[in-house]
Write a protein that binds this ligand. Structure first.
Ligand SMILES: *Cc1c(COP(=O)(O)O)cnc(C)c1O
Length: 382
């Protein structure tokens, strides 16, 4: 059960996001400690959560920033991440976004297509610069997660396919304003079957071997992110098992001597510290189930509507025996539903409900649909 006893939080106008900065700090320290054991470098995937107090904690622990838009690059720099720790991925970087990255001398562009490499080369040339690039290679490894957050299969739009590589490496030396510094892989998100990461390592070893046999050795391998969190038991597993996660790479990935290994974690760092708190507006009797109608909806937290994602829901007010409810929002869409057949203590108008594990891909995806106001964020030390 979420403990937000602070009266100042309870008295906030709902809905709002509440972030436990103590849990965030403990999570970051656990990740940093396990990464340091193997000399691994972590770049935080900004798209999961871009709130200033969250970014400040992440910068303080020494991580870099993994960005997927020009504005994320701008935000990372403004939040104090140094340019030499900023990487920029994404299948559709605009010219303005690329120029912004070049002007600021970011560490690396993770290039996702041959066409993008040509544009990067041209724009770097115009500026009289060399762009550091990593090739994002699609390793065709199944992340065994929801198909909307699977990115490492040939059917996905991300990365350069293996069969494109022979032609590409003959062509790359003619793109003289590019400097190849890394190989990049990111196969998906909310990966809970850890054997998937072993498969990724084995495939990366093969791909690296292919490059080495052609006398191409890069400075770093970037294994992406994707480590999942426990949405069902947020209190039992508040901090993901980073020792196990990095341990798999230690065991199965075979970097070259002196080669750096990078990761881009998002969700695993910030999901559990965030909660969406909402007030019950109405109880409505249905035929098979009763509806709890909240003042928060898919405009505040889109994951259930977008990927049928599960979030644990708790009633912070009532301690009555459990009843079965469908918990829905006020938005004019039938997908605006946080959970079906949820067991909750008998719930009444005015009760506060906590929707847990909402720190990643929650607030950042909020929208103004139905002319909704943006829900505010509050911070506490759990
Ligand atoms: C989204 C993203 C990540 C982070 O994924 P998580 O599942 O949140 O760890 C890392 N790398 C790239 C390229 C991404 O697009």
């Amino acid at each position: 059960m979420l403990h937000i006893n602070k009266t100042e939080l309870q008295n906030n106008p709902t809905p709002f996001y509440a972030y436990d900065l103590k849990l965030l700090r403990e999570t970051l320290q656990a990740a940093a400690k396990e990464a340091q054991k193997h000399d691994y470098h972590v770049h935080y995937a900004l798209k999961a959560n871009t709130n200033d107090p969250v970014l400040a904690e992440i910068r303080n622990v020494g991580f870099g920033a993994d960005c997927v838009s020009g504005n994320e690059v701008k935000k990372a720099l403004a939040a104090g991440f140094t340019a030499d720790k900023v990487v920029f991925a994404g299948v559709g970087k605009s010219d303005a976004e690329i120029n912004f990255g070049l002007e600021n001398d970011i560490f690396c562009f993770n290039a996702e297509s041959v066409h993008e490499l040509e544009v990067l080369n041209e724009l770097a040339g115009k500026m009289g610069k060399k762009a550091r690039i990593a090739l994002r290679i699609n390793p065709n490894v199944n992340a065994k997660t929801h198909h909307y957050i699977t990115t490492g299969l040939e059917e996905n739009k991300f990365g350069i396919n293996f069969w494109e590589l022979p032609q590409l490496i003959d062509y790359l030396p003619t793109l003289t304003n590019l400097q190849l510094v890394g190989l990049h892989f990111h196969i998906g998100s909310q990966i809970t079957e850890l054997s998937v990461f072993k498969q990724l390592c084995l495939r990366v070893n093969e791909i690296q071997g292919w490059f080495l046999s052609r006398n191409i050795k890069v400075e770093h391998l970037n294994l992406g992110g994707g480590l999942g969190v426990n949405y069902h038991e947020p209190d039992a597993e508040a901090i993901p098992d980073f020792a196990m996660y990095f341990g798999i790479f230690k065991e199965f990935l075979k970097p070259e001597p002196g080669q750096q290994v990078h990761f881009e974690l998002g969700r695993a760092l910030v999901a559990q510290c965030g909660t969406l708190v909402s007030k019950v507006l109405y109880i409505k009797k249905g035929i098979k189930t009763n509806f709890v109608i909240l003042d928060a909806g898919m405009t505040e937290l889109m994951r259930p509507a977008l990927y049928q994602a599960y979030h644990k829901i708790e009633n912070l007010t009532s301690h009555e025996p459990d009843l079965r409810y469908d918990v829905v929002g006020p938005i004019c869409e039938s997908s605006d539903c946080f959970g079906k057949a949820v067991m909750l203590p008998e719930t009444n108008r005015g009760d506060l409900l906590a929707i847990r594990t909402a720190g990643a891909y929650g607030e950042v995806m909020s929208s103004g649909y139905n002319l909704r106001e943006k829900a505010p964020a509050f911070y506490f030390e759990g």
